[in-house]
Ligand binder design. Structure first.
Ligand code: SF4
Length: 124
């Protein structure tokens, strides 16, 4: 018996996706979503930021603390960030780094954005 040639549906051809390929695409989509998070959030570090970090950052006590603890909403709990900074061996480097950049958000070198603004203006 001779097989009929497959009908050519042109661009309406249904996609043939194996379960393995579907899983791979799903993984890629998840990875893409994570990369997009790094690139689209105004307050998130860019890939350039991440690759040009000063070496002292790797010794910060905050390396073991979830990042949101250092980006505290108004009225949020500063205690976890304060505890980490209090025992941090690179606190002075961190504070100098944060003081040099008025745009820097979050808790750095044991200080909040507000405290750093006050320090810059000489009010603290
Ligand atoms: S001083 Fe605080 S924010 Fe800075 S590196 Fe140390 S733990 Fe992190």
């Amino acid at each position: 018996m001779r097989a009929e040639p497959a009908e050519d549906l042109g661009e309406h051809q249904p996609p043939i996706i194996s379960a393995q390929l579907a899983a791979l695409l799903e993984d890629q989509e998840r990875t893409r979503a994570e990369v997009c998070w790094l690139m689209v959030d105004d307050d998130a570090p860019t890939l350039r930021d991440l690759f040009s970090r000063p070496a002292w950052m790797d010794r910060g006590a905050c390396c073991d603390v979830p990042t949101p603890a250092f980006f505290i909403e108004r009225g949020g709990d500063q205690a976890p960030a304060r505890r980490a900074c209090a025992v941090c061996v690179v606190r002075s480097e961190c504070l100098a780094y944060a003081m040099a950049d008025p745009e820097l958000k979050g808790y750095w070198g044991g200080t909040s954005e507000r405290q750093r603004r006050q320090m810059r203006s000489g009010a603290a």
